[in-house]
Design a binder for this molecule. Structure first.
Ligand SMILES: Nc1nc2c(c(=O)[nH]1)N[C@H]1C(S)=C(S)[C@@H](COP(=O)(O)O)O[C@H]1N2
Ligand SMILES: [Mo]
Length: 325
C-alpha cells in the first residue's frame, strides 16, 4: 500500500552507509571506559555507541545476523539505528525519551523467563537456552506509537507461536499475560509510586498464535539494545506501541483477560485491544497521521498499521471503538 517514499535525509542524520562500522566500536568502547561511567551523561550521542558496545559482549551476539523472513519486508526506509537507540519509551527508566543511558544499568545476564498458569507444567528457562530452541529470523516491522510517531525496525527473534508451543498451554488458557522485570534500585522510574509497576501487557491466545506476533531478541543484526527491551520483548506491529512490552521476565497463560499497566493507569484512553485505526481518535488527539522518525514526513496512518490482511480476521464479528483504543 505504501509506495517507496522520496526519502531525504535531514542534515542531522547519518546516511546508512556512513553508520559507524563495527570495528571502531571497540575504540569507542575504550574511550567510554577511559571516560568513566560518571561522565556518560555529558554527551547523548555516545549512548547509541554504548548500547552497541554492550551488545558486542552479549553471549547471544554470535547468533546474529539471522536470515530475513521475506514475508515481512516493507516499502519504508529503516529508521537509523542511532535514532532508534536514543529515542525510546521505557518508563522504568524515566517518563521521557532520553533513557538510553539509564537503561545500561539493566543487567541482562543471567536472565530467566518464568512460564506459568494454564500450562501442562510451569517452568523457568534462561534466555540463552530459550534462544537455542527457537527458530530465529529477521522481520522488518512498522512501529506506531500511540503518541503519533512511527519507526521501521529490523527486528530479530521468533514467532510468539513457537514459544506457545514450547509452553504447552492447556485448553483452559485464553490469554497471555506478560510481565516486565521489577527492580527500582536500577530502574529508578519504578520509584514513581503512582505508576502500577510492574509493566504488564496481554493478548488473546488467538492473537498470540497468529504469525505476526513476534518475540524480539535482536535488532539491527545483533542482540537488541537494553533501551529497546533486552533481552526479550514483544513486537505487535498492528497494535499501538505500548502493547509491545519490553524486558519480559514472566509469561502467564490465564483464563481471565489480563489488565495492562496502561489500562490500570488510564483505562479510558488505553484499552486491552489497542489496534491501530486512524479513524478512532485518542480522547485527546487525532490518530489520522504519524510523524516518521528520522524524516520530516508526516504520513497517513493505516488501519491495523498496514497489517489488516494478516490480522483483521482475528476481530471478525467484534465491533466497537474499544478494539481501537
Ligand atoms: N516495560 C516497558 N515496555 C514498553 C514501554 C515501557 O515503558 N515499559 N513502552 C512502550 C511504548 S509506549 C512504546 S512506543 C515502545 C517503544 O519501544 P522502543 O523504545 O524500542 O521504540 O515500547 C513499549 N514497551
Ligand atoms: Mo508508545
Amino acid at each position: 500500500m505504501t509506495g517507496k517514499r522520496n526519502f531525504s535525509h535531514p542534515s542531522w542524520m547519518l546516511p546508512e552507509n556512513q553508520a559507524t562500522p563495527e570495528s571502531v566500536f571497540f575504540n569507542r568502547r575504550s574511550l567510554i571506559k577511559a571516560m568513566g561511567v560518571g561522565s556518560l551523561a555529558a554527551g547523548s550521542n555516545i549512548f547509541g555507541a554504548l548500547g552497541t558496545a554492550q551488545a558486542a559482549e552479549d553471549p547471544s551476539a554470535g547468533l546474529y545476523p539471522v536470515a530475513r523472513n521475506e514475508n515481512y519486508t516493507i516499502e519504508r526506509d529503516i529508521t537509523p539505528e542511532e535514532l532508534n537507540t536514543t529515542y525510546n519509551n521505557f518508563y522504568e527508566f524515566g517518563s521521557h525519551k532520553q533513557i538510553s543511558g539509564a537503561a545500561q544499568a539493566l543487567n541482562i545476564r543471567p536472565w530467566e523467563i518464568e512460564i506459568d498458569g494454564e500450562v501442562e507444567k510451569p517452568f523457568t528457562i534462561g534466555i540463552d537456552d530459550l534462544l537455542k530452541k527457537m527458530p530465529l529470523e529477521e522481520r522488518l516491522y512498522r512501529h506506531r506509537c500511540v503518541e503519533r510517531w512511527s519507526m521501521t525496525v529490523p527486528w530479530s527473534g521468533f514467532a510468539l507461536s513457537k514459544l506457545v508451543e514450547l509452553a504447552k498451554p492447556t485448553s483452559s488458557a485464553k490469554y497471555l499475560r506478560f510481565e516486565t522485570f521489577q527492580d527500582s534500585a536500577i530502574a529508578t522510574g519504578q520509584k514513581q509510586f503512582w505508576y502500577p509497576w510492574p509493566y504488564i501487557e496481554g493478548v488473546t491466545m488467538e492473537e498470540a498464535v497468529n504469525d505476526v506476533s513476534f518475540m524480539v531478541s535482536g535488532a539491527y543484526g545483533k542482540p537488541v539494545a537494553k533501551q529497546m527491551g533486552a533481552p526479550l520483548r514483544l513486537a505487535l506491529p498492528w497494535k499501538f506501541g505500548f502493547k509491545s512490552i519490553k524486558s519480559i521476565v514472566k509469561i502467564s497463560f490465564t483464563k481471565q483477560r489480563p489488565v495492562s499497566f496502561w489500562e490500570t493507569l488510564l483505562g479510558s484512553e488505553y484499552g486491552f485491544w489497542a489496534n491501530v485505526n486512524p479513524e478512532v481518535p485518542h480522547p485527546r488527539w487525532s490518530q489520522v497521521n504519524e510523524q516518521v522518525l528520522g524524516t520530516d514526513e508526516v504520513v497517513p496512518t493505516q488501519l491495523f498499521n498496514g497489517y489488516g490482511e494478516l490480522v483483521a480476521h482475528l476481530y471478525d464479528g467484534m465491533e466497537g471503538q474499544e478494539l481501537y483504543r
